[in-house]
Design a protein around this ligand. Structure first.
Ligand SMILES: [Zn+2]
Length: 73
């Protein structure tokens, strides 16, 4: 089964990070256990790997995102 990816977009820092759906922070796109009020950012996804990186480009977060920085717990 192919892993799914989500992107967390942080509005304050104008940056994003790609997360695996299975990672503890991503929590399948729902974020950490503490409910995210939506003030700090939002989740995009799910994507497969190629689409996740393409979406980063589309969201213009590429200036700050580190393409290799997919979390890998
Ligand atoms: Zn993660």
């Amino acid at each position: 089964m192919e892993e799914r990816y989500y992107i967390y977009e942080n509005w304050h820092r104008k940056r994003g990070r790609i997360h695996l759906a299975s990672c503890g922070y991503c929590n399948d796109g729902r974020g950490p256990q503490q409910a995210d009020s939506g003030k700090n950012g939002r989740w995009h996804g799910p994507f497969d790997r190629n689409h996740a990186f393409a979406a980063v480009e589309h969201l213009q977060m590429s200036a700050d995102i580190q393409p290799r920085a997919v979390c890998n717990p």
